[in-house]
Design a binder for this molecule. Structure first.
Ligand SMILES: [Zn+2]
Length: 342
């Protein structure tokens, strides 16, 4: 199955809203983690989303040190490999802060424009612009501009209101004021009045409800997923033609199944999962390497290639992460619900 077309991506989101489930959006940063996501979605018979952050894109670029080039190379690689996937997979770029719009988002939109002119699919199905550090009016002005450009290319835009706490990939909001972690009805109404709730150009909304990136001990973060229901109510009452927002859940690692299900019931269609995936992957590498370090070997007498071949730990890590992807699909209810026909 080639990567989800823009229409198929739209159908995926509609199916999630109608069916009361959500897709895991798995953060990846390498060919192994991409393959782990593809493997996990296939095993779960779930459609899904694979995403990269700006810093993962920079990492993927290696010595080129160009995040847009890294994202382009990654997307081309994913387009080829996803062709044999039995389920629909969509590609997304995660948090792009204002400072990276010109060096990351715009070059990727330009590349998608060139692809569209050649009659090909866009490079990515959706991009996130994270203007949460800006005053809301400015955030929505830039979001609106990018939304129009993206929609012209059949690409969706994800935007953020409120602020996701914690630290992820160089974006640090560990000291953000507590009330900023929760979006307000006024914020949601302003988004709907400015950009619509989908009818003014399709977008996904990361409205925060106490979300924090990374894994936190229970009790330290108070998630209020029911806040999403309050935002939906406020918006659908004021703007009666809308079905409300398609929400994105950030910082989902460490959340309880109840919190996740409540969020999904209030319109979350995409939940980002990063920390739990990183843990599953690296834990398997650690287990492999600790076995290596305790094995007596001598370089002069020849080392066991079966142990030192990077594929030896790569395969184990990929399998462990794929298993975690399957678990995420089950929790979010997307397992067994692929729209792809055999
Ligand atoms: Zn996030």
């Amino acid at each position: 199955m080639p990567l989800a077309t823009p229409d198929q991506y739209g159908e995926m989101i509609d199916a999630a809203r109608a069916g009361g489930f959500a897709y895991p959006a798995v953060n990846v940063s390498s060919s192994e983690t991409l393959n782990a996501a593809l493997r996990g979605f296939a095993e779960a018979r779930s459609d899904g989303i694979v995403q990269i952050t700006t810093s993962a894109a920079e990492y993927l670029a290696g010595p080129a040190e160009d995040m847009a080039a890294g994202a382009r190379a990654f997307a081309e690689f994913a387009h080829v490999l996803a062709a044999s996937s039995p389920v629909f997979v969509a590609l997304h770029t995660d948090h792009c802060t204002p400072e990276h719009v010109d060096g990351f988002l715009r070059p990727l939109l330009s590349e998608s424009r060139r692809r569209r002119e050649r009659g090909e699919q866009p490079l990515f199905n959706s991009h996130m612009f994270d203007g949460s550090e800006l005053p809301l009016a400015e955030n929505l002005r830039v979001s609106g501009e990018l939304l129009r450009e993206a929609n012209e290319l059949d690409i969706l835009l994800e935007l953020e209101i409120g602020t996701v706490g914690g630290e992820e990939d160089g974006i640090n909001h560990e000291r953000v004021a507590r009330e900023r972690l929760y979006s307000t009805r006024e914020d949601a109404l302003t988004v709907a009045a400015t950009l619509g709730a989908g009818e003014g150009g399709r977008h996904l909304l990361a409205a925060t409800f106490g979300n924090v990136h990374g894994r936190y001990s229970p009790g330290k973060v108070r998630l209020r997923p029911e806040l999403l229901g309050e935002l939906q109510d406020a918006v659908t009452k004021r703007f009666t033609a809308t079905r409300g927002f398609d929400f994105v859940f950030h910082g989902g690692s460490g959340s309880t199944v109840d919190e996740i299900r409540t969020a999904v019931a209030h319109g979350v269609v995409k939940m980002n999962v990063d920390t739990d995936m990183q843990y599953a992957f690296t834990r398997a590498v650690g287990d492999h390497l600790s076995a290596v370090s305790t094995a007596a070997d001598d370089l002069d007498e020849g080392v066991d290639k079966k142990v030192y071949d990077p594929r030896a730990w790569g395969r184990k890590a990929e399998a462990a992460m794929a298993e975690r992807v399957v678990e995420a699909c089950e929790t979010l209810g997307s397992a067994g619900r692929t729209l792809a026909q055999d």
